[in-house]
Design a protein around this ligand. Structure first.
Ligand SMILES: [Zn+2]
Length: 340
C-alpha cells in the first residue's frame, strides 16, 4: 500500500488535502535530494484531518523550487484516504499513529517499510506534524530524554513533553534512529501553527550537527497517566442527560497547573465515576488523582492536563486527556539513562 517516489508529483504543492487520494493513490514516501545527503523525515496526515503538516511541507518545498534543498528531505503523506473526507481515520482503518511497532496488518507493514527505507538512508532527524482539537499551546513531544532530542524540540516550542506512551507512535519508532519530535501545531490549518512549523522545518534543514544546537530553556513536562471514559458510560458537555457531564470549555484547563479540588465533570453514579485512568505502565491511577465530591469529579492533587477537548469523537477515538507533571531538565536527562 506504500508508494515510494523520488520526485514531487505534479500538483502536489497546490493540492488540497482532499485531493491527495486521487493525486497519490495512497500513502506515499517522497525522497528529495539536498546538499547534505542524510534526510530529514517529515511526516504529515497520519491523522487525516490534521492538515498543518501538509500545508507546511507545501510552503517549505515552494521555497526551494529554484534553489537546492540544504539537506535531503523524505516526505511521508500518510492517511490520504481519511484526508479526503477530513477525518482522523476511516471506519475499519488502524490509527496511522499507532502502527509503528511490528504487528499484523497492511498498515503495520507499511510503517515498517518506511522505517527500513529511512534507516537505510541514514535518517538525520524525524518530524511528525499533528494538530489537536482543544485549546493547547504549540508544543513538541519527544520520546527520548537526551539532549539532542530536547534541543531539537526546543527549536519549535519552549513547551516540551516527554512521552513514551503509547509506544506505537511514529516519533517513538524514529527516536531509536535519530532525534525525533512530534509537533502539536494547534488547530488544523491555523495559520500561526503552519508558519511556526515551516520555520521549524526550514531550521531543521540547516542543522549540520545536533551537538552544535544551542540549548534553549524549555518548560518540560512528563506524561504520567492517560484518562479515558469507560466504554459503558455516556458523556457529554454541560447539562446533557449523560453519565459524565464534562464542564463546558474544558479545554481551557489544558497546560494549566491545576489545584487540588479542580472540578472536571458532574457524574451521575458517584460510586462508579466512569473513568479509566492508567499510569503509562498500565497500572490503575484513578485513586491517585481523582475523587467524587458531592457529585463532582475533581482532582485530589495538583496536576496539569493536556489534550482536553470539546470534540466528543476525539474522546472516543483517543482519550479524554493526558495528565502531566513538570520535570526539571536535569531530572529528565538523568532519568533517561535508563533505556525504555
Ligand atoms: Zn494527530
Amino acid at each position: 500500500m506504500l508508494t515510494i517516489r523520488e520526485d514531487i508529483p505534479a500538483g502536489l504543492l497546490e493540492a488540497y488535502p482532499a485531493e491527495l487520494k486521487s493525486l497519490l493513490g495512497g500513502p506515499t514516501l517522497i525522497h528529495l535530494g539536498g546538499q547534505a545527503g542524510e534526510p530529514v523525515f517529515i511526516s504529515a496526515l497520519l491523522h487525516g484531518n490534521e492538515i498543518t503538516g501538509l500545508l507546511a511541507i507545501q510552503a517549505l518545498l515552494k521555497r526551494y523550487q529554484s534553489v537546492p534543498l540544504p539537506r535531503a528531505v523524505s516526505v511521508f503523506l500518510g492517511n490520504v484516504e481519511a484526508a479526503r473526507v477530513g477525518k482522523r481515520l476511516l471506519p475499519g482503518q488502524r490509527d496511522y499513529n499507532r502502527i509503528w511497532m511490528p504487528g499484523n496488518g497492511a498498515e503495520h507493514d507499511m510503517a515498517q517499510a518506511v522505517l527500513v527505507e529511512m534507516r537505510e538512508r541514514g535518517v538525520f532527524a524525524s518530524v511528525d506534524v499533528h494538530n489537536n482539537t482543544g485549546k493547547n499551546p504549540h508544543y513538541a513531544i519527544v520520546a527520548e530524554a537526551v539532549e539532542s532530542h530536547l534541543h531539537f524540540a526546543a527549536l519549535f516550542s519552549e513547551t516540551v513533553v516527554y512521552a513514551t506512551c503509547p509506544d506505537t507512535t511514529c516519533t517513538v519508532a524514529f527516536s531509536k534512529l535519530c532525534p525525533s519530535v512530534t509537533l502539536e501545531a494547534g488547530l488544523p490549518g491555523d495559520p500561526a501553527g503552519v508558519e511556526r512549523t515551516v520555520a521549524f522545518l526550514d531550521a531543521c534543514l540547516r542543522i549540520e550537527d545536533f551537538s552544535a544546537v544551542t540549548p534553549t530553556p524549555v518548560n518540560l513536562f512528563h506524561t504520567v497517566a492517560v484518562v479515558k471514559i469507560s466504554d459503558c458510560c455516556s458523556y457529554g458537555f454541560g447539562d446533557e442527560d449523560v453519565d459524565v457531564q464534562l464542564i463546558a470549555d474544558i479545554d481551557l484547563l489544558n497546560f494549566r497547573e491545576l489545584e487540588t479540588g479542580t472540578r472536571l465533570a458532574r457524574v451521575r453514579n458517584t460510586d462508579s465515576p466512569c473513568l479509566d485512568v492508567r499510569y503509562v505502565d498500565g497500572r490503575q491511577a484513578y485513586k491517585d488523582y481523582f475523587a467524587v465530591d458531592r457529585g463532582y469529579l475533581q482532582f485530589t492533587k495538583p496536576v496539569m492536563p493536556a489534550m482536553l477537548t470539546t470534540d466528543r469523537d476525539i474522546i472516543a477515538l483517543d482519550c479524554m486527556c493526558y495528565l502531566m507533571e513538570r520535570l526539571t531538565y536535569s531530572k529528565l536527562v538523568g532519568n533517561s539513562r535508563d533505556p525504555r
